[in-house]
Design a protein around this ligand. Structure first.
Ligand code: GLY
Length: 573
């Protein structure tokens, strides 16, 4: 053998040996995300494989979809710290196997010391950042109360401890952080360092994918909740740690705020779209009403004939979105505090009238619908959504959030978790946009004890009286339009669920008066035709991140996670 060839082979061999030794020392992930999974009996889709795994284990132990969803939420509080939480809040829509529908609101509340103008300066201008970062941005957390209440009413596994224990173990023993989580943790170091002190598991010079994340303080808090129930969070040492943290900054939450927090069952928003019955979340989320409004506005038109991402279809859907978001800004807020005209907003007559100004060839100018201000979306979209269906056909669609990535960036030092920055979802001042560019008015003004308006849209769809689709997403203001479009992709454009989720999306929220689109969302010809109608565009990196389950005609369950989040994971059996 010529010498040079021998040297090359030797080099290759050494590289091979080196590669193998690296593999041995590289941190071993014990999970991998699966984007689509067809299951015979039960399915879970969540934003993290370790949380999906916990949900499936609970189902296999005899738990139902609510038990699994509860256990997944606690697990996400550990393995998905940018949005999974016990320091935030959320919404759960449930459809039991025999068709009973329920909606649980465990959205955060404004502390009792909150006031309408608390984020304004002496000249009445919004103080930048006050509602988004730091101690004053936090609403009273609702997640723990909501999960206990969902379990109390619908759980099958008797002892809630079994649903919390997997999260305790993940926090105590640690888990390997994903590449996405490492990237986010590195990106938010400045905020973490500004509002927290080391040692803190989230403060580090450079996180790497595969780093072991151990959260001892969070484990201790989860044990308090496991052993003392809801009171383990809302009273005693954990509550005291939250208030001590709040008082160390400029926050206003008190022990009494925490003690008084309760979740609330609501009448779900239910409406018909052709042969489909759509069940979704009422206020304090805007999701269900806005979704039903959009569906009802486009229903009279032959969307399937127009074709997927044709200029006619996109124009029609955008005009429906524009009108629904204009209504959202004016009419939607916490129905415990504001008389939301829910029935009127969903009446056929109103929605027909709403589309009377629709011109098939011309974009409507948003200012001609209602006046307002605008700015672009400036926060990334971080929330969690989990869809679950169990072997008995019970379905849960649950969305929960800290609002921004890692909420207000304040980590409760004595209890080991991030607090939300949900106060920014109120309208700090009429017409002034929040971090999602959403404007609001009186309906969503700050009041003590009130819940801030959300866009979370956990949704369940029936077809012919049977369970058909479970879906929802994180994504701030783009959640509602994503749920709308994925459903339309399946129902009108005949797509598989995977195609429907993966398809490019567009979003119009009335103000700013522009269509947000994902890069290359649709063909240049569609874009040019829309521009000729008077539409303009803003390109964004990505929209909401759907997690969905469809019951297939043969009875199997197709779970789909969204490629927009590398950690989205579908599983089942
Ligand atoms: N925090 C985002 C939402 O609730 O819509």
């Amino acid at each position: 053998m010529p010498k040079t060839n021998f040297q090359s082979l030797l080099l290759l061999f050494l590289v091979f040996l080196w590669g193998n030794s690296c593999k041995k020392t590289a941190p071993a992930f014990d999970y991998q995300a699966t984007k689509t999974f067809a299951a015979d009996s039960a399915a879970v889709v969540s934003p993290h494989p370790l949380a999906t795994r916990v949900g499936l284990e609970i189902l296999k132990k005899g738990g139902n979809a609510v038990d699994a969803a509860v256990a997944v939420q606690f697990a996400l509080a550990v393995v998905y710290p940018r949005a999974g939480n016990i320091g935030g809040g959320g919404f759960m829509v449930i459809r039991t196997g025999d068709g009973e529908a329920a909606a649980l609101d465990y959205r955060e509340k404004a502390p009792m010391a909150a006031s309408r103008d608390m984020y304004l300066d002496s000249r009445g201008n919004v103080i930048d950042g006050l509602s988004t970062i730091g101690h004053l941005a936090a609403g009273v957390p609702g997640t723990v109360a909501g999960l206990f209440e969902a379990h109390r009413r619908y759980g099958r596994i008797q002892d809630m401890k079994e649903l919390i224990q997997p999260a305790v173990e993940l926090a105590e023993k640690g888990f390997r952080i994903s590449a996405t989580e490492a990237d986010r943790l590195n990106g938010f170091q400045e905020g973490f360092r500004k509002y927290n002190e080391a040692p803190n598991p989230f403060i580090k010079d450079a996180f790497q994918p595969g780093d072991l994340m151990v959260q001892e303080k969070l484990a201790a808090t989860l044990k308090q909740i496991r052993d003392r129930g809801k009171a383990g969070f809302y009273e005693g040492p954990v509550a005291e740690a939250i208030v001590a943290e709040i008082q160390s900054g400029n926050g206003i939450m008190t022990l009494e705020d925490l003690r008084q927090y309760a979740s609330q069952w609501r009448d779900p928003v239910i409406g018909q779209y052709g042969e489909y019955r759509v069940i979704s979340m009422p206020p304090s989320s805007s999701g269900g009403i806005a979704l039903l409004q959009m569906l009802k506005m486009v229903e009279p038109y032959p969307l399937h004939e127009y074709g997927f991402h044709s200029a006619r279809a996109v124009h029609l859907m955008v005009e429906a979105e524009r009108r629904a978001y204009a209504d959202r800004a004016e009419h939607l807020g916490d129905s415990d505090f504001y008389d939301v005209p829910r029935d009127s907003m969903l009446s056929d007559a109103y929605l027909r009238a709403r589309m009377a100004s629709f011109d098939a060839g011309q974009a409507t100018v948003s200012d001609s619908i209602l006046a307002g201000n605008f700015k672009l979306l400036k926060e990334s979209f971080e929330t969690t959504h989990t869809s679950v269906v169990d072997a008995g056909g019970n379905a849960v669609s649950v969305t929960t959030t800290l609002n921004s990535n890692y909420g207000c960036k304040v980590w409760v030092d004595g209890a080991g978790f991030f607090l939300n920055n949900e106060m920014d979802d109120f309208s700090a001042k009429p017409g002034v946009p929040n971090q999602f560019g959403l404007v609001g008015a009186e309906a969503n003004a700050i009041q003590p004890g009130k819940r801030m308006l959300s866009s979370m849209t956990p949704t369940i769809v029936e077809k012919g009286g049977e369970l058909f689709l479970v879906l929802g997403a994180p994504g701030g203001s783009t959640i509602i339009t994503a749920v709308f479009q994925v459903f339309i992709n399946v129902a009108e454009f005949g797509m598989s669920l995977e195609e429907a989720v993966n398809a490019g999306r567009f979003h119009h929220q009335w103000l700013p008066d522009a269509i947000l689109i994902e890069d290359n969302a649709f063909p240049d010809s569609t874009r040019q035709a829309l521009e000729a109608m008077g539409h303009s565009f803003n390109i964004v990196g990505r929209m909401a991140v759907i997690k969905a389950i469809q019951r297939l005609p043969d009875g199997r369950l197709q779970g789909v996670g969204d490629p927009r989040n590398p950690d989205d994971d579908a599983g089942g059996y």
